[in-house]
Design a protein around this ligand. Structure first.
Ligand code: BES
Ligand code: MN
Ligand code: ZN
Length: 494
């Protein structure tokens, strides 16, 4: 998809998207187009009861005066100047109207709001994110059934400045699309080794990538992570990604840690058949970390950031871990595995401890599709945020809000921690039915020591059953943009 910024446009070619604010308010370029068409846009809005409500659309086909053109009106509601999310929704919603149209070119008239360059750049980002499609296995789709859109032009009064802003947003988009593709792949294609191979591509961007196999992890004493993978025919891996963007190479890095269970059958505590196919995306935390690293390196973020992902496949077999087994984690703490389906925390326990010991990070943030309980609590609207650090909580919450990846903080506390008491080991891996997401977070907390730490339980956010303005249904890459923004606002030297 080619994206270009310009001052003027030719409405006679391809499709033109016009942003309309509540009350049928047109931008100057929209009004000019309406004038060229003898008021056809205004008349269509009246006839079509189109008010400019956010995300509503109305299409005018082949209006007299233009050759075979298509005008798409997209409501942006009460978009305020500098409303980046409204701009993204505009670009994304316009693109969605194109996908089944056969149209190859789309022009976005982005002369809305006072901060036009920002609006234009984010409209382009929204377009790019919405145009993504995971269709590599659709071998019988006819060419004229596939979306044909391949060029997007964004017009505004300051195209040079818009382009500059877009250049770093485009790197973030690439990270998002990298993550989506990893998450969307089935588990026979993405397993620990192939995940690690895909991540190796980040070295072209200047990310140092290291892959640890089972032998090395055994030497390090990672009994918790290895226990989860021991029933699988696939070798478990731990991938370390390092981006050194700060002026001081010795500056303590921010660490991002991801749960990468490439398939979660539940193991011997096997899951019901219904919906088990969803567990191919139990590696979405790890994929978000990898995509964030790609975004940060792509836009050359001035920060030291390390990404660590624990990659395992949780399978039942003759070699699988049994309920009741006791494993020793790298930290030395022992864990009674009551339920082999509570495996993500076992993987993260060793990944967190390893990261803390090796990198002495300034803070650690883990992302994981950790519990079904978080979906019961927050549905598909917010990720769950757990941390004892108020300042970090505020930064993460603000970053999520700014990019449309919202998180909601839930409590931690001594009383929850007690629920992990085991008779035979230092802890058990489940806390019982109640407060399942919190006891899972308490479990992780036992492996972070004094390092400032936050945990994001994103089980409800990484896969969407319906289209959204900038996210087609399926893999969302939730977390990539949040992490990128968090680094930009809180960890980069300005
Ligand atoms: N990967 C699942 C969590 C999950 C469930 C994510 C549904 C997305 C949708 C996790 O490994 C798991 O199985 N958790 C158990 C924990 C329980 C055994 C304490 C759960 O949530 O049921
Ligand atoms: Mn599980
Ligand atoms: Zn899982």
């Amino acid at each position: 998809m080619k994206v270009a910024f310009a001052k003027t446009h030719d409405a006679a070619v391809g499709a033109t998207a016009v942003a309309v604010r509540t009350g049928r308010l047109l931008t100057p370029a929209g009004a000019a187009l309406d004038a060229v068409l003898g008021g056809a846009v205004t008349r269509a809005m009246e006839v079509g009861r189109f008010e400019g409500k956010r995300d509503s659309t109305l299409t005018l086909l082949a209006p007299a005066g233009l050759d075979k053109a298509r005008i798409v009106l997209v409501g942006v509601g009460d978009a305020k100047p500098g409303d980046a999310l409204a701009a993204e929704a505009f670009g994304g919603t316009a693109v969605a109207q194109m996908l089944s149209s056969g149209e190859r070119r789309l022009t976005l008239l982005a002369d809305l709001s006072e901060d036009e360059a920002l609006f234009a750049a984010h409209a382009a980002l929204g377009a790019r994110l919405r145009a993504w499609r995971f269709d590599k296995y659709l071998t019988r789709e006819k060419k004229d059934e596939k979306p044909a859109l391949d060029r997007i032009q964004v017009t505004c009064t300051h195209p040079v400045s818009a382009k500059t802003t877009y250049q770093s947003l485009e790197k973030v988009a690439e990270g998002v699309l990298f993550t989506r593709a990893l998450v969307a792949e089935p588990a026979n294609v993405i397993h620990p080794e192939s995940f690690a191979e895909r991540v190796a591509a980040l070295s072209a961007l200047g990310v140092e990538v290291e892959v640890l196999g089972e032998k090395q992890m055994k030497k390090l004493g990672m009994g918790a992570l290895l226990g989860v993978g021991q029933g699988s025919a696939r070798e478990s891996k731990l991938v370390v990604m390092r981006w050194q963007g700060a002026t001081d190479p010795e500056a303590a890095p921010l660490a991002l840690i991801g749960k990468g269970v490439t398939f979660d059958s539940g193991g011997i505590s096997i899951k019901p058949a219904q919906g088990m196919e969803d567990m191919k995306w139990d590696m979405a935390g790890a994929a978000a970390v990898a995509g964030a690293m790609m975004a940060l390196a792509g836009r050359k973020a001035r920060a030291n950031v390390v990404g660590v992902v624990g990659l395992v496949e949780n399978m039942p077999s003759g070699t699988a871990q049994r309920p009741g087994d006791v494993v020793t984690s790298m930290s030395g703490q022992t864990i009674e595995v009551i339920n082999t389906d509570a495996e993500g925390r076992l993987v993260l326990a060793d990944a967190l401890h390893y990261t803390k010991e090796r990198f002495k990070p300034s803070a650690m943030i883990d992302l994981a599709t950790l519990t079904g309980a978080i979906i019961v609590t927050l549905g598909n609207e917010y990720g769950g945020l757990f941390t004892g650090d108020d300042a970090l909580a505020d930064k993460i919450t603000a970053a999520g809000k700014a990019v449309g990846e919202p998180v909601w903080r839930l409590p931690l506390g001594e009383a929850y921690d007690k629920m992990l008491k085991s008779d035979i080991a230092d802890m058990k891996n489940v806390g019982g039915r109640e407060a399942g997401s919190i006891t899972a977070a308490q479990f992780l907390k036992r492996f972070v020591g004094d390092t400032p730490w936050a945990h994001l339980d994103i089980a409800g956010m990484v896969w969407s059953k319906k289209d959204a303005p900038v996210t087609p249904k399926g893999a969302t890459a939730f977390g990539v943009r949040l992490l990128d923004r968090l680094v930009a606002d809180g960890f980069e030297a300005s």
